[in-house]
Design a protein around this ligand. Sequence first.
Ligand code: SAM
Length: 381
Amino acid sequence: MIQPNSFITVTIAQRFPDQPDLSMPTDPLLLNNLVLYCRPGFEKECASEIMEIMTQSNVFGFIKSKPDSGYLVFCLHTATAIQTLNQSFNFSRMIFARQCILAAELIKNLPNDDRVTPLLDEITKLNLTFKEVWLETPDTNEGKELNNFCSRFSKPLHNALNKKACIDAKSEWRLHLFFITSSTVYLGISHIDNSSHLVMGIPRLRMPHSAPSRSTLKLDEAFNIMLTEQERQDLLRNGMTAVDLGAAPGGWTWQLVNRSIRVTAIDNGKINQTLMDSGLVEHIRADGFKFAPDKPVDWLVCDMVERPLHVSRLIARWLGKGWCKHTVFNLKLPMKQRYQISLECKQLVEDALIAAGMKYEIRMKQLYHDREEITCIVLTH
Ligand code: SAM
């Protein structure tokens, strides 16, 4: 709600029932940009997505983006729009954004000999304390070249922020310095409940030695990023059952077996022998589009390289017939209309769930380990 003075209390309405109301006492005039980090090459998709979200909420602005830059900026037309923006924006619902920060105008020409002083001036204007401070860059080769600079700059910046009492472990806000070059930076903030909890929105997952393919990291990331801690405990339990369509050589099956879940692996290709030796895997050489389980399973996972609408129809059939309770599937996106196709796929699955009278949640995300693809999770209740 807007207060009758120059400072405005911004309430971020959360549509996820388990998230609290978030209030931000700061001047919206300072933060009139939404900077979204994404996979380089997906700026257009991320732009279409944020434009649609904002338009639905009557928030008007324009996009600034460069192909392959790994980020884009949604610039708000009016300062008051930021309140509406916060009421409508829910980070976890975004498919193509890895992170989203509310940011001030791009700061340019930071002096080489003292970047701290001008930055500190801007940071103190925000009138907030921060739980943590992240120095970040776009996920590009140019961005990677700034890693050393960011590590070196981190200490003097933290020291200065500590001296000004800007750091407070109890704060619900995070400060981001998103460096485009070593002298050009977006200064932004995110609320800890409405943003990625990962620096640059990128998880650092370890490739398990015994997993048969790097694809294993996609399912690991999906479970870690797209499920809550409680859901991981409740829904990935010892003794559960799963079908893995397009399983070979077994990276996704490995993640399930590692959680003591029994897997029927469908693929004409060979499944890794160590996985087979676990005693938890049955390998069936069959067409994943024709296979039907003898009895319902807890999870269907699917990583077949096929047209996304074709895969979505298959998933819709499994859910509609009650062959699985939950599913994780990957949609390989075409070169064009990738956002549009993602929405069509979502609609197709939702239609089947609605027709079957089921309660459900659909989550879609382009994960760090996804390339030209996105990952979808459907949970039914
Ligand atoms: N998820 C696997 C892993 O982590 O090791 C990698 C899967 S790979 C990207 C795709 C697999 O889908 C291939 O092994 C391919 O044989 C299989 N596949 C493609 N079309 C299929 C179909 N119609 N039926 C069964 N498997 C299929």
